[in-house]
Design a protein around this ligand. Structure first.
Ligand code: 5AD
Ligand code: FES
Length: 330
């Protein structure tokens, strides 16, 4: 698809044909099985000050927590017990979790469970990424959020656009399956910028692509900004499915939070992954990137039942394998 074609598709009102085509491509290239990734939000500590995020360093209203390695291990056990074949360990950036402890934890989980591990803990050095890979992590998620260098600088005042892309290269080099993505509907973001985001996501040849609507958070400088919409986010998802064919693309929590039924709609226009929350319930309310986040009061078992029901109601199945990358280079 060309930039102009993408811009056109992002601008049309009636997207039923686009969604139908994305669903067809999804069925053809990744099948009906939905991969479940149990999400453990292990620390909300963050050293950065992104203007959109509730966990930003300057937000003094957040009760900060850092789960111990034993607690994370127990959460991983719970995920394993619920039958999940992969885990995502996520935290704020520079959350100060010593790499040595993280590596020991990864080895312990990998030693006891047959489960794939994805990390989502921000920018690190190449050496740190290599250590995490050696310790057994399989995948890494690092969204670049927007491909507009100017918008990036406004939204992430203490990050460097170039360093973030450098990190994506390093992650590949040390052998991770790599995921990246963007937020849709950011203040100041145009459809032209989103078209560029899509082209860059395609060019990066990612194993996983995570996108979600921007949701204005009252605890941040962007509290008065207009949130993104589910409709535009789903168009981005559908276009990415058609262009990338076999990337793993989740129906994200933000899609389900901005609108009831958002994740179900995503599964019907290209998504093939869900990320049920397995964070211990007592920590969930403290991990609010954006307001009205779903599942804050639920237990890991609740999310498991909810997700199983969702998958079944759509006539889809739950994958029984780890859901590794479908790209040929892995
Ligand atoms: N609205 C939507 N998504 C958000 N994220 C952070 N803050 C928000 C928000 N206010 C997303 C970012 C980040 C991911 C973990 O959560 O894209 O990469
Ligand atoms: Fe948590 Fe539905 S996924 S309750």
């Amino acid at each position: 698809m060309t930039r102009d074609e993408i811009i056109h598709l992002l601008s049309i009102d009636e997207a039923a044909a686009l969604f139908g085509e994305a669903d067809r491509v999804r069925r053809l290239h990744v099948g009906d099985a939905v991969h479940l990734r149990g999400l453990i939000e292990f620390s909300n500590a963050c050293g950065r000050d992104c203007t959109y995020c509730g966990l930003r360093r300057s937000n003094g209203n957040v009760q900060r927590y850092r789960m111990s390695t034993d607690e994370i291990f127990d959460a991983a056990k719970a995920a394993d017990g619920l039958g999940y074949k992969s885990l995502v360990l996520q935290s704020g950036e520079n959350c100060q979790y010593p790499i040595k402890d993280m590596c020991a934890l990864l080895r312990r989980i990998k030693g006891e469970m047959d489960i794939a591990i994805t990390l989502s803990m921000g920018e690190k050095t190449r050496e740190e990424y290599a250590l995490l890979k050696q310790a057994g992590a399989d995948r890494y998620l690092l969204r670049f959020e927007t491909s507009s260098e100017e918008l990036f600088a406004q939204l992430k005042p203490d990050s460097s656009f170039k360093e973030r892309f450098q990190c994506l290269t390093w992650l590949r080099e040390v052998g991770f399956q790599v995921g990246s993505g963007i937020m849709v509907g950011l203040p100041g973001q145009t459809v032209e910028m989103i078209a560029d985001d899509i082209l860059i996501l395609e060019k990066l040849d990612l194993d996983m692509i995570g996108i979600g609507p921007f949701i204005a958070n009252p605890e941040t400088p962007l509290k008065n900004a207009v949130s993104g919409t589910l409709d535009l986010t789903l168009k981005v998802l559908a276009i990415l499915r058609i262009m990338t064919k076999n990337a793993h693309i989740p129906a994200t929590t933000a899609m389900g939070s901005i609108e009831k039924g958002g994740r179900e709609r995503a599964l019907k226009c290209g998504a093939n992954v869900l990320m049920p929350n397995v964070t211990p319930t007592k920590y969930r309310e403290h991990y609010q990137l954006y307001p009205n986040k779903i599942c804050i009061k639920d237990q890991p078992g609740d999310c498991s039942l909810c997700i199983a029901g969702m998958v079944r109601s759509l006539g889809r199945t739950i994958a029984t394998d780890a859901g590794h990358s479908l790209k040929v280079n892995i």
